[in-house]
Design a protein around this ligand. Structure first.
Ligand SMILES: [Mn+2]
Length: 236
């Protein structure tokens, strides 16, 4: 079996507190006493998800996270720790990890940098600037049978800042001879104009999604499996 097994995640929003009046009390969840219910929910869901991914058969080759791994550009310690655990567990189980930044990871303070940068140190491939990056021929460290499957895989990363700060995407194209995955974050042109921060979302040109990708992993619109265009294999 030579099919690539890729998992597409997006908009995990680690550190999202939810309604701050919803707090665990001792009779419900002793270990989460005093914590925001929604934030703990997300942590637990991520834990279950990672466990399922690393035990999946046949094994998963690559996980892509299409933006908004974190809810804030300067996440709090628990969110940082959970993100590290997520990446570490995938990487130590021989799974490739590609992460792009979403609109929630954009910092207005130039000096702080992106919250996802440190995940490179744990073995993830991270695109968090304002440019287009391609990750390919970079899977040689994975177990042999995975490397064979991934030799011709190219993951094209277009983080939110690259979508928001550029108007011209003519160079963003599938590579001949590769299985081509585009990972990006934003609203497809013509969709609802406000994102979850109630600001105008940067539009991803529809034409960009129709350039012959094998799959497009979208983030931003929190509708699981939503396919904005009938004629392109692009999904939120
Ligand atoms: Mn989001």
């Amino acid at each position: 079996m030579s099919a690539i097994r890729l998992i597409h995640l997006a908009d995990i929003h680690l550190g999202f507190p939810g309604p701050t009046s919803l707090i665990f009390n001792a009779s419900e969840q002793e270990e989460a006493l005093g914590r925001y219910v929604r934030e703990v929910d997300i942590e637990r869901a991520v834990g279950r998800m990672v466990k399922a991914i690393v035990h999946e058969q046949p094994p998963v080759d690559v996980v892509v996270i299409a933006g908004d791994l974190f809810h804030r550009p300067a996440p709090y310690p628990r969110a940082i720790s959970r993100a590290a655990k997520l990446v570490r567990r995938l990487v130590e189980n021989g799974i490739g990890v590609v992460i792009i930044d979403g609109n929630h990871e954009i910092t207005s303070v130039l000096h702080t940098g992106s919250p996802t940068t440190f995940l490179k140190e744990l073995g993830a491939y991270v695109a968090n600037g304002n440019t287009y990056e391609i990750f390919r021929d970079c899977w040689g460290h994975l177990p042999g049978e995975k490397w064979e499957r991934l030799k011709r895989l190219a993951i094209h990363a277009l983080p939110y800042r690259a979508v928001a700060e550029n108007t011209e995407f003519s160079g963003v194209r599938p590579l001949p001879g590769y299985t081509n995955i585009l990972v990006t974050h934003g609203r497809v042109s013509g969709m609802d104009d406000l994102n979850s921060l109630h600001r105008t979302a940067a539009p991803v040109p529809t034409e960009l999604l129709r350039r012959g990708w094998d799959y497009v992993a979208l983030g931003d619109w929190h509708i699981h499996r939503h396919q904005p265009l009938r004629d392109a294999p692009a999904f939120y």
